[in-house]
Design a protein around this ligand. Structure first.
Ligand code: AMP
Length: 301
């Protein structure tokens, strides 16, 4: 562990170097001192197994030259249900730290379940109704666990800005809502989904797919493209076109395909909506989503 001193921040931080902290309280001292010294603090929460999607979040955070970027790497047990992939979730910590170093990240928070939660945690955040639909309907308790760890990360790091991917759209909506409803003093920025050149959304869980399953998984992004294309024809056309694409992929077991408003309420009659899909492909459960603009086809074209 690097404990060199640097003006204004004290031990546990050295400007231009990367320091890994496993103790949230230690990292908290460092970010508090950095803020007091006039630096802004930007946070990118992750579960590790970093890919280009994560790196895009880090790059956006780094665009603020006065900011110190904190990346958290924590596979949060609280957001995994019984029978989910907590045990086999890819863990590539050394490569993650190197990727962070290459991107100019100065602080990595890599707590253990013990340093993060202590011996007998009792208090959690409840995600409410918006957390019980879509992903929440298939992963009971997932968003309670996610919001709990994100709130803890916010309280530890005290970031000015926290960045999240639109890839996990419901997560982003819920975090924004938590920040608003619980009066959190943090700006939340959403970053568009990074995709492979063939459309597949980057995900740590793509690592579970073999070649054939990966080809089938392209059905998700292809369905979203077909749905978005049908936007001018209205909601029914969007869902019909997207379902047709998914139906042509027998290896894709759809959990849901839903069109909703941008805040995840009912889809509007016209204007911006969100098309969201979740499906199991072989050993992976994958999610994806896209913006759809509804209506505007009165000409009959
Ligand atoms: P995870 O490690 O999967 O919890 O993701 C950490 C952060 O990276 C979350 O804010 C995700 O939404 C974001 N993320 C994951 N995949 C992508 C992607 N393909 N494009 C953009 N952001 C992503």
């Amino acid at each position: 562990m690097n404990t060199s001193e640097s003006v204004g921040a004290g031990p546990g931080y050295q400007r231009g170097e990367l320091t890994v902290h496993t103790e949230p309280a230690e990292l908290a001292k460092v970010t508090r001192a950095l803020r007091a010294s006039g630096r802004r603090v930007h946070l990118v929460p992750t579960m590790g197994a970093l890919h280009r999607g994560h790196l895009e979040l880090i790059r956006r955070a780094r665009q603020d030259v006065n900011a110190v970027v904190v990346v958290s790497v924590f596979v949060n047990p609280l957001q995994f249900g019984e029978g989910e992939d907590f045990g086999r979730y890819p863990r590539t910590f050394d490569a993650d730290v190197q990727a962070c170093r290459d991107e100019g990240v100065e602080l990595v928070l890599a707590p253990t379940a013990e340093t993060m939660y202590g011996p007998d945690p009792q208090i959690t955040v409840h995600a409410g109704e918006a957390g019980s639909v879509l992903e929440g309907a298939h992963r009971p308790g997932h968003f309670d666990g996610m919001l709990t760890v994100v709130l803890k990360l916010f309280n530890i790091v005290r970031p000015d800005l926290a960045l999240f991917g639109e890839k996990d759209y419901q997560q982003l909506v819920l975090i924004r809502r938590m920040a608003r409803e619980l009066n959190l003093d943090v700006a939340v920025q959403g970053i568009p989904t990074i995709r492979e050149s063939d459309g597949l959304a980057l995900s740590s869980r793509n690592a579970y797919l073999d070649e054939e399953q990966r080809r089938s998984a392209l059905g998700l992004s292809a369905a979203l493209v077909a749905g978005a294309h049908a936007g001018p024809g209205g909601a029914e056309a969007v869902l019909r076109e997207a379902s047709n694409v998914l139906a042509a992929e027998p290896e894709v077991q759809v959990d849901y395909l839903e069109l909703r408003g941008t805040e995840l309420g009912p889809a509007p009659d016209g204007g911006e909506a969100r098309l969201l899909v979740a499906a199991r492909v072989g050993p992976s459960r994958l999610i994806d989503n896209a913006l759809v603009v509804l209506g505007g086809d009165e000409s009959g074209s």
